[in-house]
Design a protein around this ligand. Structure first.
Ligand SMILES: Cc1ncc(COP(=O)(O)O)c(C=O)c1O
Length: 492
C-alpha cells in the first residue's frame, strides 16, 4: 500500500479506538502497533504524529504515546464582527478599493474531491515530480556545512549565479534576488513598482493569481488583449497613453492561459513602447522549463535583451518540480534592484537556506536534465491526448492554439449555441463548472482570467496535474456529459 494512504488509514483506526484509553493513558508501544497493524515503524510514527497534531495524542520521546487530556475550556468564541468594520473602514481616500480575493489562487492549490479528475491543477502530478531527486537533494543539502546559518538576504551566490546563467544576456548574479516562488516575486515586483491606486497594464486574459496580487496591493489592472502572437503592441501603446501606467505585466513564453508566445517582431516593440512610456515590464517567465518535446528553439527571456533595465524578470522552480519547492528569482538592472531588495527583505527576510541549498543540489545533479527531458516528453503526449480527445468528443469547443509549452489548453465556448445566452456568460461558465464537478471532472472557468468584461466564455483545462493520459480521455468524456447537461454544445 502507498505510504501516504497507509498513514491515513492507521491514523483513522487509532483515532476510532482512542476511547478505549483513559485521558492521559498510555497507548500500545510502537512495536506492538507495528505487529498488530502490519505496517512499518515509519507509518506508525507518522500516524501518531498526525494524531498529536490533531491534539488527540501526546508523544513523549522515550516514554511512548498517551491519550491527550481534554483541553481546558478556552474563552468562549467571541464576537469578531468588529473586524468587518476594521477591514473596510479606511480613513485614507483610496482611489482603488483594495480587495483580497484568493479564489483564483486557491483553485490551483486545493486538492480536488476524491474521484474527481483534476483538469484545474497548476502543478505537475506527483508522478511527474522529481520526488526522488528532490528527496536526495534535500538530504544532501541537510548535510552541507552551515545549512542552518543565515544566508545572504539576496540569496546564496551560487544559486543567484545559476539563475543569472539561465536568464542569459548580460544579467549577472549581482542583479538576481532569490525569492520564495513566483507568486511572492510578483508581489514584490508589483509593490515595488506601483503605488496604491496606480494603473497596471496586464495581458488579457492573464493569470488570476497576478490579478489578485494587483488588487490586494490597491492597484488597478487595465487589460491589453493578447492574440496567438502575444500582447498586441498597438493596443499596448494606446493603453500606456490612456492610463499613464508605469508597469506592464507580461508572460512572453507560453502565456497562462492562452499558451501564446510573444512573436519575435513584437519583442523589441514591447520593450520600445514600455521604454517610451517610462514604464517597467514585469516578465513572468513561469514555465520555460515545461517546454514540450516537439517545440523548436525557445526565444530568450526579454530580460536578456534589455540593457536599459526596462524588464524585471521573474522565474521560478515550482512548475518544473513541486509547488512546495518555493525557490524563484527576481532579476533587475539599475536602481530598481535596491527597491526590490528592500521590499523583499522587509516582507520575508530571505528564503530558508536549506531550501536554497536543496535547489543547488537538485539543479546540479545528473537527475535534473533527465527529469526535464522526461517531463518534456510526457507533456507533449498529454497535450496531444487532450487535444485529440477534445476534437473528437467536443468539436464545438474552439481550440484556437495548441501550445508547445506549459500545461494547459484554452478553449472558447461557442457563442449562443445550445440555447440561452446565459449558458455562455460567466453564469454559464459556472453552471458548466458545477455540472462538470458533478460528472467528476474539475475545470477552470475563463472569467477570472479577465480583469474586465470577457469577450467570450472560456475554459482552461490542465493536463499536468492528472495521473495519466487515460485520465485525460476519461476527463474529456465527463466534460462532454457536463456540456450536454448545461447546453454548452451545439448538439445538446
Ligand atoms: C503565470 C503564473 N505565474 C506565476 C505563478 C506562481 O507560481 P509559483 O508561486 O508556484 O512559482 C503561477 C502559478 O500558477 C502562474 O500561473
Amino acid at each position: 500500500m502507498h505510504e501516504r494512504s497507509s498513514v491515513a488509514e492507521l491514523a483513522d483506526r487509532l483515532r476510532n479506538e482512542l476511547d478505549r484509553y483513559s485521558p492521559g493513558g498510555k497507548l500500545p508501544s510502537s512495536r506492538v502497533l507495528v505487529e498488530r497493524f502490519r505496517v512499518s515503524p515509519v507509518t506508525v510514527s507518522r500516524a501518531l504524529a498526525r494524531l498529536a497534531a490533531e491534539g488527540l495524542v501526546v508523544t513523549r520521546p522515550g516514554a511512548g504515546a498517551f491519550r491527550a487530556e481534554p483541553r481546558a475550556a478556552g474563552p468562549a468564541v467571541g464576537d469578531t464582527s468588529w473586524q468587518e468594520v476594521a477591514l473596510s473602514a479606511d480613513a485614507t481616500t483610496e482611489l482603488v478599493p483594495r480587495t483580497v480575493d484568493a479564489s483564483g489562487v486557491l483553485v490551483s492549490l486545493a486538492a480536488p474531491p476524491p474521484g474527481v479528475i483534476e483538469f484545474n491543477g497548476g502543478y505537475l502530478h506527483p508522478s511527474l515530480q522529481p520526488e526522488r531527486a528532490m528527496a536526495a537533494a534535500l538530504s544532501r543539502a541537510g548535510r552541507r556545512p552551515g545549512v542552518w546559518a543565515r544566508p545572504p538576504v539576496e540569496g546564496l551566490l551560487e544559486l543567484r549565479e545559476w539563475f543569472a546563467r539561465g536568464i542569459g544576456g548580460a544579467i549577472t548574479a549581482a542583479e538576481v534576488l532569490i525569492t520564495a516562488g513566483g507568486q511572492s516575486a510578483l508581489t514584490t515586483a508589483l509593490r515595488a513598482l506601483a503605488p496604491p491606486g496606480a494603473p497596471v497594464l496586464v495581458e488579457s486574459p492573464t493569470y488570476p493569481g497576478m490579478l489578485a496580487i494587483a488588487r490586494a496591493a490597491g492597484l488597478r489592472p487595465v487589460p491589453v488583449p493578447v492574440d496567438r502572437d502575444g500582447v498586441k503592441p498597438d493596443l499596448l501603446a494606446d493603453a500606456f497613453r490612456a492610463t499613464g501606467a508605469r508597469v506592464f505585466v507580461c508572460q512572453p513564453l507560453f502565456q497562462n492561459p492562452t499558451g501564446a508566445v510573444l512573436a519575435p517582431e513584437r519583442r523589441g516593440e514591447v520593450l520600445r513602447i514600455a521604454r517610451a512610456a517610462g514604464a517597467f515590464v514585469i516578465e513572468d517567465d513561469f514555465v520555460r522549463r515545461l517546454v514540450h518535446e516537439d517545440a523548436g528553439p525557445l526565444p530568450r527571456p526579454l530580460a536578456s535583451d534589455d540593457p536599459d533595465g526596462v524588464v524585471v524578470h521573474v522565474c521560478s522552480l515550482t512548475k518544473a518540480t513541486s509547488p512546495s519547492f518555493r525557490v524563484s528569482a527576481l532579476a533587475a538592472r539599475g536602481p530598481v534592484l535596491e527597491r526590490l531588495r528592500a521590499i523583499q527583505v522587509v516582507d520575508t527576510f530571505f528564503v530558508p537556506r536549506p531550501l536554497q541549498e536543496a535547489a543547488l543540489e537538485l539543479v546540479g545533479s545528473p537527475a535534473w536534465p533527465r527529469h526535464l527531458r522526461a517531463v518534456s516528453a510526457e507533456l507533449r503526449v498529454r497535450r496531444d491526448a487532450m487535444a485529440a480527445a477534445l476534437r473528437l468528443q467536443l468539436p464545438e469547443l474552439a481550440l484556437p492554439h495548441i501550445p508547445s509549452g506549459g500545461y494547459q489548453l484554452w478553449l472558447r465556448l461557442p457563442d449562443g449555441t445550445g440555447g440561452t445566452s446565459q449558458a455562455f456568460g460567466s453564469g454559464g461558465e459556472s453552471a458548466l463548472l458545477s455540472a462538470a464537478l458533478r460528472a467528476g471532472v474539475a475545470v477552470t472557468p475563463g472569467r477570472p482570467y479577465f480583469s474586465a468584461e470577457p469577450p467570450a466564455a472560456h475554459l482552461r483545462l490542465s493536463f499536468a496535474a492528472v495521473a495519466s493520459t487515460a485520465e485525460i480521455t476519461e476527463g474529456v468524456r465527463r466534460l462532454r456529459a457536463a456540456c450536454a447537461e448545461t447546453g454548452s454544445t451545439a448538439e445538446a
